[in-house]
Design a protein around this ligand. Structure first.
Ligand code: FPP
Length: 247
């Protein structure tokens, strides 16, 4: 296994190099409040993704990870699941050119094996198309669950031990990080959840060990770059000690 970069440990990062992860919640309620189908909320949510991704570099965010579809979301109606999958495909097709113009590297995290082969191939394609970009990193979690990711990483490590390419004594926190889907980016500094819910919902369980959390009542389709700017102002005012003391 080769890795582009080693995720950095629990230490402060420059304010221009932040990794923010977002649990985008509240699309359904936003639509229901207007008497509209849930998919309309998801479509508006996709517009917000586009806006936020473009604004991130000017906000000091270099890495953005978005929770778009969890391993539990398959329980939703077929219409909603298919609608979301086609939104993801449309987003990739429409945005690939702009991402290259804006220096965005797009990656998907989660178990791709359950996705429709066409969508999976599209994910592979856009990852390869944008692999050379380094200005901004966008990760989209599809069929993602933190426990599932840890189980897959553990299985891969066990396989490498069985194959003789990994010694059990080599297993340490940094090595586990490199087997996770997120091995290309540092751990998140901040995790934001919208819509007033205060659960972690199986998102980045390993990576968020030292992250700050912000829970905002704003529904995702109402979340603008200005909302993020206000959250970041509050985040920068917080003191991050990473288990140490301030001298
Ligand atoms: C949670 O809100 C949202 C989702 C499960 C889907 C998130 C998807 C998008 C924002 C759209 C497209 C994304 C990309 C990357 C193009 P919910 O539906 O559970 O809201 P509710 O709790 O109000 O019902």
């Amino acid at each position: 296994m080769t890795f582009d970069r080693v995720p950095h440990g629990p230490e402060p990062v420059p304010a221009t190099d932040l990794h923010v992860a977002v649990i985008m919640d509240g699309n359904g309620r936003w639509a229901a409040n207007r008497g509209w189908p849930r998919l309309v909320g998801h479509r508006k949510g996709a517009e917000r993704v586009r806006e936020l991704a473009s604004a991130c570099p000017s906000l000091g965010i270099r890495y953005l990870t978005l929770y778009a579809f969890s391993t539990e979301n398959w329980k939703r109606s077929t219409e909603e699941v298919l609608g979301l999958m086609s939104l993801f495909a449309r987003y990739i097709k429409r945005e690939a050119g702009r991402m290259n113009r804006e220096g965005v590297r797009l990656r998907f995290i989660g178990d791709r094996s359950r996705l429709d082969p066409k969508l999976s191939a599209l994910c592979d394609w856009v990852e390869a198309e944008t692999a050379h970009n380094t200005r901004f990193f966008l990760q989209v979690a599809i069929n993602y669950g933190g426990r599932d990711e840890i189980a897959r990483a553990t299985r891969a490590m066990a396989q490498d031990v069985a194959d003789g390419t990994l010694a059990p004594e080599e297993v340490c926190e940094a090595l586990i990080g490199r087997y996770l889907d997120t091995s290309f980016v540092p751990d998140p500094d901040l995790v934001v959840r919208t819509s007033g819910e205060t659960r972690v919902s199986n998102f980045l369980l390993w990576q968020a060990a030292y992250s700050e959390y912000v829970f905002t009542p704003v529904l995702w389709p109402d979340f603008t770059p200005e909302t993020m700017r206000q959250i970041l102002d509050a985040f920068h005012a917080r003191e991050r000690r990473f288990g140490g003391v301030v001298t």
